[in-house]
Design a protein around this ligand. Structure first.
Ligand code: SF4
Length: 299
C-alpha cells in the first residue's frame, strides 16, 4: 500500500490520484538521516551512487524481512502459513538475493549455508513470537511520502501495523541484533519517532506505540525480545525539525564539496568499507573485524 500525505500546497495529481512531487524536492527518510552521520557514506550512497560490497548479514536481514512481509500479507488474506511454506519462501528468497548481490561468490558455499540456517532459526523464532502475541495485521510494508515543506519530502516504509487482542494498534518493526538491546534502548530509537511522526502527519488515528521485535542469537538459537515505545508530541516536533537540520547539513556539505568520513563501530558492516581507508584503520586499531569483503566494486 502506498500512503501519500497531502501537504500544504495544492497538489498536482497523476491519473491514479496520487500526488506528483517535483523532481527538485529533496527527500529525507529515517535511513537517510542515519547516513548523514557519516558524510562520506551519505555521498557514496546518495550522490556518487557507488556500488556496495555485499554484506551477508544485510542480505540475511533483508531475506527475513521479505519473508515476514510475505507472511503478513498471507495472514491479512486469511491464509495460515505453514512452517514448510514459510521456510521454502525464505530459502528461495535467500538464494535469489545472494546470487544477485554476490555474483562472483565472495562468500563460500559453507558461509552461505551457515547464514541460511541461522536465518531459518531466526525466522521461526519471530514467527513463534507473532503467533503467541495474537496480532491482527492491518497493513504490511506500508510506504509513505509526505511533504514537510515545499522543498522537502519525508519518505519511509513501515514493516507492519497490527492490532492486539485488546484493540490497541501498534507499528511493528523487525530488528536483528548481534547482542540483546540495553534497558530502555527502544525509547532512544529515532526510527520509532519517524514512524509516529509519519502517522501524525498523515492525520490517521495514531498507533499506541511502536513494538520493536528484536531477534538476537543465543547459544541454542534466537531470542525474541519485544520492546514497546511511544513518543510525546514534543518529541515528534523535535524530530520534524531534525529532518530540516539534517537537510541543511548535507546541503552545506554539497556546497563545500566536503564529505569527510566519520568512523564508528558500524563501519564493520558498511558496504563502502573497501573504499574507505579511515574506516579500515578505525577497525584495525580497535581489533574489530570487517563484516563485509574489503573490495572496491567498479564505480
Ligand atoms: S567505512 Fe565508516 S567512515 Fe567509511 S564511509 Fe563507511 S561508515 Fe563512513
Amino acid at each position: 500500500m502506498l500512503v501519500t500525505g497531502i501537504g500544504p500546497l495544492t497538489p498536482k495529481l497523476d491519473n491514479q490520484g496520487l500526488i506528483v512531487y517535483s523532481e527538485s524536492m529533496d527527500r529525507i527518510s529515517h535511513s537517510k538521516t542515519e547516513d548523514v552521520a557519516c558524510l562520506r557514506k551519505f555521498a557514496a550512497r546518495h550522490i556518487w551512487r557507488w556500488p556496495t560490497a555485499p554484506g551477508i548479514s544485510l542480505i540475511l536481514g533483508n531475506t527475513v524481512h521479505d519473508t515476514l512481509e510475505w507472511h503478513g500479507r498471507q495472514t491479512m488474506q486469511g491464509v495460515v502459513t505453514e512452517q514448510r511454506a514459510l521456510l521454502q519462501h525464505f530459502n528461495q528468497t535467500f538464494v535469489r538475493m545472494i546470487n544477485v548481490e554476490d555474483p562472483t561468490k565472495l562468500y563460500s558455499t559453507a558461509e552461505r549455508l551457515q547464514q541460511q540456517s541461522r536465518g531459518a532459526v531466526m525466522l521461526l523464532a519471530i514467527r513463534h513470537w507473532l503467533n503467541t502475541a495474537n496480532l491482527t495485521f492491518l497493513h504490511v510494508e506500508e510506504k509513505f511520502e509526505i511533504e514537510l515543506s515545499h522543498t522537502l519530502l519525508f519518505t519511509g516504509k513501515i514493516d507492519a501495523v497490527v492490532r492486539d487482542a485488546l484493540g490497541r494498534q501498534y507499528i511493528l518493526d523487525y530488528k536483528t541484533a548481534v547482542r540483546p538491546w540495553r534497558k530502555d534502548e527502544e525509547h532512544k530509537k529515532p526510527q520509532a519517532t519517524a514512524y509516529l511522526l509519519a502517522e501524525q502527519l498523515l492525520g490517521r488515528p495514531p498507533s499506541d506505540g511502536v513494538i520493536f521485535v528484536v531477534a538476537t542469537p543465543t547459544e541454542t538459537g534466537y531470542d525474541v525480545d519485544a520492546r514497546t515505545t511511544t513518543r510525546t508530541p514534543e518529541q515528534l516536533e523535535t524530530y520534524r525539525r531534525f529532518c530540516f537540520a539534517t537537510r541543511d547539513h548535507w546541503q552545506t556539505a554539497a556546497k563545500e564539496n566536503a564529505y569527510p568520513p566519520k568512523p564508528i563501530r558500524l563501519c564493520s558492516w558498511c558496504g563502502y568499507l573497501g573504499y574507505c581507508e579511515e574506516g579500515q584503520q578505525f577497525l584495525r586499531q580497535r581489533g574489530f573485524k570487517p563484516e563485509v569483503p574489503l573490495i572496491t566494486p567498479v564505480v
